[in-house]
Design a protein around this ligand. Structure first.
Ligand SMILES: Nc1nc2c(ncn2[C@@H]2O[C@H](COP(=O)(O)OP(=O)(O)O)[C@@H](O)[C@H]2O)c(=O)[nH]1
Ligand SMILES: [Mg+2]
Length: 483
């Protein structure tokens, strides 16, 4: 059945003059299909786009640099504070009572970061899978490590074991993230999961030292080759240890040919680890603490930004709702072929200006027109217009009303496309940096990705059905709407 569907969609994707009356003839086929088929439609229509999206998401850019000076970090804290201030201002201006209550906590967190910047204690985390030797390492370090060269005090924390399969690793990783240096223990070559976790920590600007423990369990050859492989994967940032080596049998021969045998417990071997650790903590103690503070500042900034975005969205939704029904009424009264809906009604430049204002992004009318035009073009290019009109036609016929009045599909489609465009614009604006001056050039590629995501979220049958019913109530208050 899916194969039948590929044709019209491909035609639609290629020849954009494909209009609604033509789609009409496919409706009987489509009417029999459920949610699954809608997704296959979407997959074909937006296939290329979805593929392009598979790149891993950029991690937070503010985390990308290891701070070399105190100044950089205090600037990052100031930036978080600026977002908090913006949040506080808007929360008060628009009377968001709950939001206003959250401000003091955010401010306190920011104040604490300034203290953290000069923290005198270096925090070490010891992490890794179950039974890799974390507890033993902590004990050995506490008793055998000479920390004279280090000016700051050192605390050592063992995280809960990673990769146990019980619950998530989040608790452990959060604990590790609050530390300045992570000792990541493994007992052999890294598994994929271990390696990914190490990379994840490093990507968040977390300093990680890999500790290959229990090396006494390997023959010298094996041990060397594992170490080599680990060094290649970890840019040399690896040490081998045996924090609790197995007892070995010792035999002492006497002159008369007899011998004595006994088990002897070798000492913990941390001779590669401690000098390196002392050196790193002595030379980079400040940078490590700064980096931790920087990570925390970034987390705080994101937290404040999310809160700010959520109070802004509360103001944006009624605006979107309003423009969406304006578009619906216009297209209903003056039905045009599906593909022209965008040009005539759906993305209103004034809506772009209004939404921009909520997100502190000032658009001139000229700019707003450009944005509206670009978005319309993107929606056509992505095939969203055909797919949406088709799906809405289907929903109206089969679920919402007993008959489809002329212009109804166009009206509801116009509302739906307006909503998609507006939600995408909001999503896009939410991702913009606070305090960037207005008139920021639109990043079309980014906007296109957002559009595709928003479309996917809103294209489920249930969403469409709810939307179509709402649309019918608006446009044809007297129509019979199926339950
Ligand atoms: N052979 C050997 N056993 C070790 C070594 N380090 C730890 N172990 C043993 O591994 C087991 C788990 O150690 P533990 O420190 O509790 O691991 P944790 O679960 O990571 O805290 C214990 O029986 C330790 O004696 C080592 O270097 N060599
Ligand atoms: Mg333990």
């Amino acid at each position: 059945m899916a194969i039948k569907l590929q044709r019209p969609v491909l035609i639609g994707g290629l020849g954009l003059s494909f209009s609604l009356w033509l789609l009409d003839s496919w409706q009987d086929t489509i009417a029999q299909l459920g949610e699954y088929s809608l997704f296959s439609l979407l997959a074909v229509g937006g296939g290329l786009w979805l593929l392009k999206q598979n790149h891993p998401k950029n991690s937070n850019p503010t985390l990308a640099v290891m701070p070399q000076d105190r100044e950089t970090v205090s600037k990052a804290i100031a930036k978080a504070e600026a977002v908090i201030t913006q949040f506080s201002d808007e929360a008060e201006k628009y009377n968001c009572v709950n939001a206003v209550h959250q401000v003091p906590t955010l401010r306190e967190k920011a104040a604490r970061l300034y203290v953290e910047l000069d923290r005198q204690e270096i925090k070490l985390a010891v992490t890794g899978g179950k039974s890799v030797g974390k507890t033993t390492l902590v004990e050995v370090l506490k008793s055998n490590w000479n920390k004279q060269a280090i000016s700051k005090t050192v605390s050592i924390l063992e995280t809960p074991a990673l990769f146990t399969g019980i619950g998530s690793d989040e608790v452990s990783l959060t604990q590790a993230a609050a530390c300045d240096l992570v000792l990541f223990l493994t007992n052999g070559d890294l598994t994929d999961t271990e390696f990914k976790t190490v990379q994840q920590l490093q990507a968040a600007n977390q300093r990680v030292m890999l500790v290959f423990n229990k090396q006494d369990q390997y023959l010298p050859d094996e041990r060397a080759s594992i170490l080599l492989s680990l060094k290649q994967r970890m840019q040399n940032n690896v040490v081998a240890t045996a924090v609790s080596p197995l007892a070995i049998k010792v035999r002492k021969h006497s002159e008369d040919g007899s011998f004595e045998e006994w088990m002897e417990q070798p000492e913990a071997d941390i001779k590669q680890l401690t000098p390196l650790l002392s050196e790193v903590l002595a030379n980079q103690g400040f940078e490590l603490v700064w980096a931790t503070t920087m990570r925390k500042a970034s987390v705080l900034q994101v937290e404040a930004k999310d809160l700010l975005n959520s109070i802004r969205k509360e103001r944006a939704l009624p605006v979107i709702e309003q423009y969406q029904w304006i578009a619906a009424a216009a297209a209903f009264a003056n039905p045009v072929p599906a593909l022209d809906i965008l040009g005539t009604a759906a993305i209103n430049a004034q809506m772009v200006i209004d939404l921009g204002n909520i997100y502190q992004q000032k658009f001139s009318l000229e700019q707003a027109k450009t944005v509206a035009g670009e978005m319309g073009g993107l929606m056509l290019k992505l095939g969203l217009v055909e797919i949406s009109s088709k799906a809405i036609g289907t929903v109206l016929k089969s679920h919402a009303v007993t008959f489809v009045a002329g212009g109804l599909v166009q009206g509801v489609s116009a509302a739906y496309l307006t909503r998609l465009a507006a939600l995408s614009l909001v999503e896009y604006l939410q991702q913009q940096e606070i305090s960037v001056n207005s008139g920021n050039k639109l990043n079309l590629e980014r906007l296109g990705q957002v559009l595709q995501n928003v479309f996917t979220q809103n294209q489920q049958m249930a969403v469409l059905q709810g939307f179509a019913k709402q649309g019918v109530k608006r446009l044809l208050p007297e129509a019979e709407v199926a339950a």
